[in-house]
Design a protein. Sequence first.
Lengths: 651, 87
Amino acid sequence: MGEFGHFALACAWFLALFGFIGGAYAGLKQHDRLFLSVRNGTMLCALCLLLSTGALGYQFLTNDYTNQFVWQFSNASMQAVYKISAIWGGMDGSMLLWALILSGAGAAVAYSSASMPRSLMPWVLSILNSSTLFFTTVVLYLTNPFRYINAPFIPPDGNGLNPLLQNPYMAVHPPMLYLGFTTYAVPFSFCMGALLSNNLGNEWLRLTRRWALVAWSFLTFGIALGGHWAYLELGWGGFWAWDPVENSSFLPWITGSAFLHSIMVQERKNMLKFWNVWLIVLTYGLTVFGTFLTRSGIVQSVHAFASTDIGWVFLLYLSIMFLATAALTFLRRNELRSSKTIESLLSREAAFLVNNLLFLSICFAVLWGVMFPVLSEAITGKKQTIGIPFFNAVNVPLFLALIALMGLGPMIAWRKASTESLRRSFLAPFVGSFAIAMFLLWVGIEGFYPILSYSLCFFVTWTILAEIHRGMKVHKPAESAVGSLVSLLSRHRIRYGGYLIHFGVVVVTIGITASMAHKTEVEFTLGRGETHTQGRFNLTLNSLEGFDTQNYEALKAQVAVTSAKDKEALGSLEPEMRFYKKNKETTSEVAIRSSLREDLYLVLAGVDTSGERAALKLFINPLQVWLWFGILVMMLGSLVVVIPQKRGSKV
Amino acid sequence: MTYISFLILSIFVTWYLLRPLFATEVLGGGEVVSDRESLLDQKERCLQVLKDLELDFSLKKISESDYTTMKGSLQRELGSVLSRLKA
């Protein structure tokens, strides 16, 4: 099966090469038949990579340890789901998955290219195939997952997957991230196709807007799943540590978010053409840069793959990408020039520009934090790291400014807003937010940023509701409130879907602010039957038991949670410590009691030598669930925007 | 068995890849790149932008002169699309 997977991979490489060269030739000569052949080739490439990945999956499921990669990341005692997720548990398989998803996006574009402009599509497919060609080249020649094991005999069992990765989230989180990363190749390819074919109207933007949002949604969901995995699995009570690998997925999310906003200015005002081209190139470039970071070994991270020598290939690819974009944008500088300028700072387009500058400032700050250890070592010879305080100090005010803009932007008129309209739109929400800030101070909430954050969230929620209310008033005012609302939302689904995403961001912000600013963290030891009181809760250790499974040995604490006030039973928490026999690694399985108000997060940190007392670490994270709920609201909003509208609507 | 699977995959890839290049019949049906589909999409987009523009104007988020200019431009684009669809 390994040979077949390798052969299918080689076929995919050939097809990507054909698509790259053939697409460019078909674009130059407007050769219809060759274009259709490239179109078929692009779909075949995805099929071949699917067969190749399927062959690797089969080797994992059948414990085929003649394959070096299977032996390294799997063993017989692992559940089938983790054998499959082990495909992306190591670098070789993760690169194959990347190539597969990228080719899948290419196949989807190729399939739907029938209804897209002929002058543009050969170029688009050529660029998409060039990306697939790069990744299949890396897989085929540098990180081939079909290598035979270098041993005189076939080992009876494999090494097994890192226990931290034997988690359902790890089965979903990397594919989601890769879906986000690779889907950005589509708007990137349309952009390059538009530059190459000199088709620089707004058509390429209209065609790729949905793709850009799909990519952003997958990336958002992938990052959130990663955060949730870290929260459940790493046992430190948090979900985001500004780790270089986390940051590498966050960077394209930031520029991708900026792109989603700035394309609205181009669509509406025919401005920021040059900016948008660079923004999408930067976004796709950052997805590749993130791959370089995690695989080159230049940054240290718990999430990074082992250091390899493939980093230079990614740097070369990135350099070619940016040089080609620079050359093309120079060549098309006249077509990219905007005929209009921003007339007033109090305008929607100015708000979008500020929004973009804020996003890029965050991007720069995060990139600086990631690269600082590398740069400091290169310049001074000493590696200096930047920690969480730097990222929080720089990014928290920038994010809060973005939240403020989320409330301000949609209410401001295009071109120029009058003072009267600003007063009418903002006076009430501003006064309301100020009152909220005063109320929070009065009830004893401390800290400037938390109070500002809650007030701004209130402000944005008010402006969203006000916007819907105003829309209902002007849209079919004669109808009932419900009828008018339904009609308004269905008629302007993209706009109100966007507001739903904004509302999701508000909920996420409340969750992040509360869980970070008002977190409680305590460590204590308990013997059987002893109780610890923390805030509203009593925690009583009922039992401390060991047990054995095929894969690991475990020690489980059973802790009863009751109300400190009236002793009402609130449930029990059962944190575990596990020792994985094959990997000889100890992990901590946290126990969480979630409610809308707070998460009780309990970690079994250790036991004393007698085995009678448990060392426990307790985190009380207020409004933690709001963060995850907010992500779901954002996803719902994305879905509302992404689902195509039925044809035949009337104005 | 392995070599047979290589052969089957190779034949299928070659056939599907080269089919459009050597097809003797005039390209038609699902293979023809449909201008009509593209025009229908363009029509939908114009209509959507027009609806949004009207809402923005009713909410006083866009000046009358901008509204008139943009609406005129969109209506011209829509007219051109509709006439090409009729042709």
